[in-house]
Design a protein around this ligand. Structure first.
Ligand SMILES: Nc1ncnc2c1ncn2[C@@H]1O[C@H](COP(=O)(O)OP(=O)(O)OP(=O)(O)O)[C@@H](O)[C@H]1O
Length: 125
């Protein structure tokens, strides 16, 4: 398929490709771990009756985390398609993508602690 043909597709196809991407990513172990943690956090949100601002923070953290992990997977795939040989730039590309995931994961854990720690400690009082 040439580049010109590939570019011309109806808008609805973009959504279809997006869902295909989500389905492909859902087969990745790391993405599945994020899905599992997300379900746990959402159930905790209902259990501790967090307010709407806390829900917004939780939803943004979950969406950001899963999206970043998917971008990381996409970068890994692209690098692997280009070379399976050791290359310093391939290492940098994968490590930088992994670093981006790590930064967001740390921010998400801190956000989770700020929201849930006071509620968990109140639970035991
Ligand atoms: N072609 C390469 N050249 C140099 N270093 C690489 C190359 N491929 C991978 N690496 C190094 O190995 C690390 C792990 O790469 P890998 O592709 O196995 O991803 P991963 O972090 O194990 O992710 P996943 O568990 O999702 O597969 C990278 O972060 C990078 O440091």
């Amino acid at each position: 398929m040439d580049a010109e043909k590939r570019r011309k597709h109806p808008l609805i196809s973009s959504f279809q490709f997006g869902f295909e991407g989500i389905a492909a990513a859902a087969r990745e172990r790391n993405v599945q771990i994020h899905f599992g943690i997300s379900v746990f956090v959402i159930l905790s949100g209902f259990l501790f009756e967090i307010n709407k601002y806390e829900w917004i923070a939780v939803i943004l953290c979950i969406a950001g985390m899963v999206s970043l992990e998917m971008m990381n997977t996409a970068i890994e795939r692209t690098v692997d398609m280009y070379t399976e040989e050791f290359h310093p730039l391939a290492k940098q590309a994968k490590d930088i993508a992994a670093g981006a995931v790590l930064i967001f994961a740390i921010a998400s854990v801190i956000t989770g602690l700020i929201i849930f720690l006071p509620k968990i400690s109140a639970w035991f009082r």
